[in-house]
Every structure is written in structure tokens, then in C-alpha cells.
Design a binder for this molecule. Sequence first.
Ligand code: NZQ
Ligand code: ZN
Length: 392
Amino acid sequence: MFDFRYYTPTKVVFGRNTESQVADLIREAGGTKVLIHYGGGSVVRSGLLQKVTDCLNAAGIPHVSLGGAVPNPRLGLVLEGIELCRREKVDFLLAVGGGSCIDSAKAIGYGVTNEGDVWDFYDYRRKATACLPLGVILTIAATGSEMSDSSVITREEGLIKRGYSSDLGRPRFAIMNPELTMTLPDYQTACGCADIMMHTMERYFTNGGNMEITDSIAEGLLRTVMANAEILVRDPRNYDARAEIMWAGSLSHNGLTGCGNDGGDWMTHKLEHELGGLYDVAHGAGLTALWGSWARYVYQNCLPRFKKYALRVMGVEDLGTDEEIALKGIEATEDFFRRIHMPTNLRELGVNATEEDLITMAHKCAVGVKGAKGSARLLREEDMLAILKASM
Ligand code: NZQ
Ligand code: ZN
């Protein structure tokens, strides 16, 4: 077991109608002029944006708004947001939506409070020294960005998708009303469930410093997400299932499922970020399309973990060799992805990549991780290419 720091400063306000507390929460956090940041319009159609602006108006909190954060959010809009915040003297950011608008808001927060090009942080050239305070009203359970230290942005030039992590960007509060996720298309609900699982799995399949308490939390979380994701396939308006998944999404990526280990593997995520950058696919679907190929490539180097996962998460019988059990666990995971209508290879994802595209993605990924990365198995550019080819 490794030493660790666990820091989750985000105040969580969970349950029905909790969005009506937004003005009080902004006040508590010291906000006096707010930028409301949102996505492509789902919050306009659902009436949530109107409800939020009504709350701020009633509380006398001045605000401006900026919509348009797209899935795989773009640097261009971040720059626009930075300009707007400076011009309007905004001192608090409110993201109303999913991971894309939260991440975009975090980037705006770094840009407003630090001189120079905000992309420097995402390009690992320097570290941010501040961020505007940020609050979230979450409308999709998926990335965990509502409690996480990460923000993932795509630069249009070169279609480069990169993440930046800093405790400074962790939201001050996260309002989570499971009912707000009921307007989601089924595909996005499933993508979110897949992403939540992957945030825990990235931390589970490691070769360093595992802890039983962390494993038990992770395994329980994975079983809970799977059971409730299947309920939502049949019954998308099931409040309890949406609530279980929403809370799991936050716990999956706020550090809890990684305490004591070596920080996680993260190579499925790194490869997916290349897919997202180049083909603009939904993040969760990109992950499931790659995971099986990654798992089969690395499982022998992390066999005890794959066996434990097969037995304790996927319910595989303890019969046969460790390798056979591990492989059954991988197959059972892919079967689950299919049951929630998620792709298990790039073709099912709708990506018809050429050999040249695969080479480009492997190269960009290797550059992004500075040569090699992975805890289940350390992967270099040639390994990344092999996994991408296997996922076709
Ligand atoms: O843009 P709108 O119109 O709001 O529509 C969105 C979008 O089309 C829609 N949606 C969200 N809530 C809805 C809804 N539609 C109807 N009803 C609702 N209640 O769903 C679509 C997806 O939204 P998005 O915010 O893109 O989804 P998600 O939360 O999955 O975010 C994905 C982004 O986050 C990054 C991903 O790479 C991707 O760019 N990630 C961020 C992480 C973090 N910050 O910690 C970690 C993750 O691993 C991930 O990389
Ligand atoms: Zn993710």
C-alpha cells in the first residue's frame, strides 16, 4: 500500500429540486458576478437554464451566460469565455450541464486568473497558480468532473485533446438532482455508465500498492453501476437507479477508488482521448470500444487483478487456470457493454480508421504521455498501435 493524499473539497447537494439552492450556494462561496456556462441547448429545452436564471435574479446576483460547449469541448469557446469574464468582471463560474461544459468552465477559470496562453496548462508547459471558483449543476452522470481535479479540452488546431489536472479546479459545490438526467438520450445514459465504470477500472487494474478497502469500494461501485445501468435500459425514468449511478459517478473520479495504489493505469483513457480528438466520438463509447483490446493486451502482466475482478465483480466461477478466469472476466465485461448497447470495437463505434489514422493516433498518444504509460502494463507507441489495430 502506498501513502496517499485524499482531497475532495466539493460540497455535494444531492436530491430532488436541489437546483433551487443555487443562489445560496454561490453566495456561500463568495460569488458576486456569475458566468453561467452551458452546452448545446439541452438545458434551454428542459427549462433548467430558465429556472437557474430565475433563482439568481430573485437573489439579486448579476450574471452573464455563455452556451455552446460541445462534447469534446473546444479551446476556441474557452478563449471566448475568458474574454467575456474579464470584460464583465465575473468572479464565479456556474457550469450547468455535463462534463464538457464543466471542463470548459474549469479552463475558463484557469485562463481568467493566469496570464498567458491557457493551452500551456493542457500542453504540460506550466502549472496554473489559481482558478476562478466554480460551481456545478450536473445534468449527466458520467465524467465525475463535478468533483474531480481534471479538465479535458480539445484544441482545434491539430485536433489535440488533452487533460489538465489541478486541485485548484475542483468545484466548490456540485448540485446533483437525478431527475435532471431523465431527459438524456439512452445512448448518453449508457455512455455515462461506461465512463463511470472506467474511472474505477483504470484505478483497479494496477500493479502497485493495492488496498483491500479500496478494492472493496471499487468492486461494490462497479457491481452497483452495472446493475443500475441495466435497470435504466428497461426503465429510463427510474429515480433510484439514476441516483445510484449519479453518486457512483462522483465517487468513481474523486480519488476514492484509487487511495493507496500507484495512481492508476489510464491507458484506455489516453487512447480514447485520441479517438475523441480525431473523430469526435462520445467519450464513454470510445472507452468501451477500446477496453477489450486493451485488456487482452495487458492482462497477463496484471493477472492477479484481472482474476480478482473476474471473480468478485463479474461473478465468474473459480474454475480453471488464472488466465482462463481472467479472460472470462474480460468477455463478461464486453457482454455487459453489449447489453447496454455500447460498442466493443471501433467498427461498432462507427469509426472506420485507416492504417494511417491508427499510426497517427498511436503517435499522438505516445507524445501526450511522454513516451510510455500504464500500470497494468507499461505501453509504448508500438503497443498503443497494436491495441488500436486489435480494436478495429
Ligand atoms: O450540450 P447539451 O445540449 O447539454 O447536450 C449534451 C451532449 O450532447 C447531452 N446532455 C447532457 N445532459 C443532458 C443532455 N441531453 C439531455 N438531457 C440532459 N440532462 O449529452 C451530451 C453529452 O454531454 P457531455 O457534457 O459532453 O458529456 P460528458 O459528461 O460525458 O462529458 C464528456 C467530456 O468530458 C471529458 C470527456 O473526454 C469529454 O470531453 N472527461 C472529463 C473528465 C473530467 N473532467 O474529470 C474525465 C473523463 O474521463 C473525461 O475524459
Ligand atoms: Zn472518462
